[in-house]
Write a protein that binds this ligand. Structure first.
Ligand code: SF4
Length: 238
């Protein structure tokens, strides 16, 4: 698709709900379409919706090797509830070994450059390898998560990843809608959300937020000047 077609699609889809956006993706791109899930609240909502539309819908996750136990727990709960064949991506072994040998296990605290190196090896490279095999991907992005996500749309041309289609079905949902859907549909949910984590990431790089703090304040909390993103969504954030 080109930019004009994406613009037209966004105009036509202004009244579309998330399920209709997913249905469009499944009708037009499946099986070269997959949801990228980090098993946060938005992602489990999308998994529930996808499984109800087409149980063959594809879902993948990045196991960085540094996730919280609670994230592995919800991964298993979701696999068991829906019987889905989760595609789990891992970082390249030799590259990870070399990084840890040269810079230590906790290199991300030492400098922004090393944090980006870790995100690059553990997240961005496996993601890019996966996306290179697809024509479209689905994300759980919501517009009010950060300022630089405010200009995202339901359908995007992902030029960062070779011009594939990016679907953001929950882009205009609020946090309260996400939680309400989870409760109403009895969707397995990451217990970290109950402990003050609005955003799910790697264990050493994510902390709960305090009342009134920005939703992304818990990610790479020791960094004051960075944009709190890891490169998964360079245009709008991780
Ligand atoms: S979030 Fe932290 S541990 Fe995870 S990949 Fe990035 S720097 Fe590494």
């Amino acid at each position: 698709m080109n930019l004009e077609e994406i613009k037209k699609l966004n105009q036509e889809s202004s009244g579309m709900g998330p399920q209709e956006v997913l249905q469009w993706g499944l009708s037009n791109i499946h099986p070269k379409l997959a949801l990228a899930s980090s098993f946060g609240a938005e992602d489990v909502v999308l998994i529930d919706m996808l499984m109800k539309i087409n149980p063959e819908a594809r879902i993948f996750t990045l196991d960085t090797g540094r996730l919280n136990q609670e994230t592995y727990d919800v991964m298993d709960a979701v696999k068991s509830k829906y019987g889905l064949k989760l595609e789990i991506l891992f970082p390249e072994t030799e590259e990870t070994k070399e990084m840890v040998r040269d810079h230590g296990m906790n290199l991300f605290y030492k400098s922004l450059e090393l944090r980006h190196m870790c995100c690059g090896i553990r997240k961005v490279k496996p993601l890019n390898n996966m996306l290179a095999t697809l024509d479209g991907w689905i994300t759980g992005l919501r517009a009010d998560q950060t300022q630089n996500r405010g200009d995202a749309a339901k359908f995007e041309l992902d030029e960062q990843h070779g011009g594939m289609v990016k679907l953001n079905p929950l882009i205009d949902w609020k946090w309260e809608q996400v939680i309400e859907y989870i409760k109403e549909n009895d969707v397995p949910c990451n217990k970290l959300h109950d402990q003050g984590y609005p955003s799910i990431g790697c264990e050493p790089c994510t902390r709960p937020i305090k009342p009134g703090e920005d939703l992304r304040a818990g990610r790479w909390w020791w960094e004051q000047e960075s944009d709190k993103e890891c490169g998964l969504h360079a245009d709008h954030g991780d």
